[in-house]
Design a protein around this ligand. Structure first.
Ligand SMILES: *Cc1c(COP(=O)(O)O)cnc(C)c1O
Length: 358
């Protein structure tokens, strides 16, 4: 076992949370109104999903049969692992000691979101990790070369986390063609911050699914709601691997209310754009390396003292993510770039710390 496991983030208490790419401005007030309007009977009966499914399908521009709402996108990632990576029943001859023998494989391009490896491992699959080039671009040739007859799922992230870089549609199509017997899972958790999506390409790529979450841009992280979109056949297969009522009624009404308040989303997106510009200008001024991001965070190379810098920020109750031990990310921290006032507070503290340790 690689020691990979489901892990919640340590609880840090009060402070400025710029470490998990949440919406630190909060969700739409319409969401809170919808939660308040729930009745005792709403809480008492098993929820109907027809309405929220239809509203969300319309929002995404897809047929409802091609949409699976999940308890956070994390559950969608898990559903793909369960549906595609569990060992075939005929495979019983392969014992746990058989050095990975015939275990189904899940392919990931590092550095990436930790849940992919956790889920591959949780269902008994083998994690195959492909290292990044210095640019952190998705290494399509290395990924294709890593596909074996046992490969069942490739997890990609666009925009990437922690890089913020898009995966080109051509790369996704190339991987889908190279894995006709398996699934390409395109995690678009940060799609609301960019105009480049794979959703419109799905008709041409039946073995690709797109994952979305309402945790980040819509500010619903605590309510747990995400979505997976794909062909009706693949979506039906994923649905069979999940419990029938994994979305609670609060999340269902919250999603409908959130999707109904696009002005709130637009306001947050404008804050994100302005925040990213401030981070880039800060980095240019201090001579720090960074990646231009299509998401609501920026990966910044602060140098060999990255962990000390994260710790110094934490002492000031500003939380950012230390990514310096991730492949390709030596010296890097990831800063959520959301509400402008929060970004300014973080950058001011960061400048003091960097100047003190220089
Ligand atoms: C935050 C995040 C998720 C998880 O989304 P939830 O809906 O909160 O489960 C999935 N993928 C990536 C890349 C993320 O950053």
């Amino acid at each position: 076992m690689s020691g990979s496991q489901y892990q919640r983030e340590p609880e840090l208490g009060e402070g400025l949370r710029l470490h998990l790419n949440e919406n630190t401005g909060g969700c739409s007030p319409a969401v809170i109104a919808a939660l308040r309007a729930l009745s005792p009977l709403d809480a008492a009966v098993y929820p109907d999903y027809g309405r929220v499914n239809a509203v969300c399908a319309r929002h995404l521009g897809v047929d409802p049969a091609r949409l699976l709402l999940t308890n956070g996108l994390d559950e969608g990632i898990l559903a793909a692992a369960i549906a595609y990576l569990q060992r075939d029943p005929g495979d019983v001859a392969v014992g746990p000691g058989a050095a990975g023998g015939g275990r189904p494989e899940g392919l990931i391009a590092e550095p990436c979101f930790g849940m992919y490896a956790d889920c591959i491992e949780a269902v008994g699959g083998r994690i195959v990790r492909v290292p990044p080039p210095a640019s952190l671009d998705t290494p399509v040739d290395t990924l294709v070369a890593a596909i074996t007859p046992r490969t069942r799922v490739i997890y990609l992230t666009s925009p990437g986390n922690p890089s913020g870089l898009l995966v080109p549609a051509a790369t996704i199509h190339a991987l889908a063609r190279a894995l006709p017997q398996g699934l390409v899972f395109v995690d678009e958790a940060y799609a609301d911050f960019t105009d480049a999506h794979f959703l419109g390409e799905l008709e041409r790529a039946p073995n690709v699914v797109v994952g979305r979450t309402f945790a980040k841009a819509y500010g619903l992280a605590a309510l747990r709601i995400g979505a997976v979109v794909g062909s009706a056949e693949v979506i039906a297969r994923l649905r069979r691997s999940l419990p029938p009522y994994s979305i609670n009624v609060a999340a269902a009404v919250a999603l409908e209310a959130a999707l109904g308040d696009q002005a709130h989303l637009d306001g947050y997106r404008a804050q994100v754009r302005a925040s990213k510009a401030k981070v880039y200008a800060f980095c240019d001024r201090l001579g720090l390396g960074y990646w231009r991001s299509d998401a609501n965070f920026v990966l910044v190379r602060v140098g060999p003292r990255a962990s000390a810098v994260v710790e110094a920020l934490r002492e000031r109750r500003i939380f950012v993510r230390d990514r310096s031990s991730e492949p390709g990310c030596a010296g890097c921290i990831r800063i959520t770039a959301g509400i402008v006032a929060h970004t300014e507070q973080c950058l001011a503290a960061l400048e003091e710390i960097l100047c003190a340790v220089a």
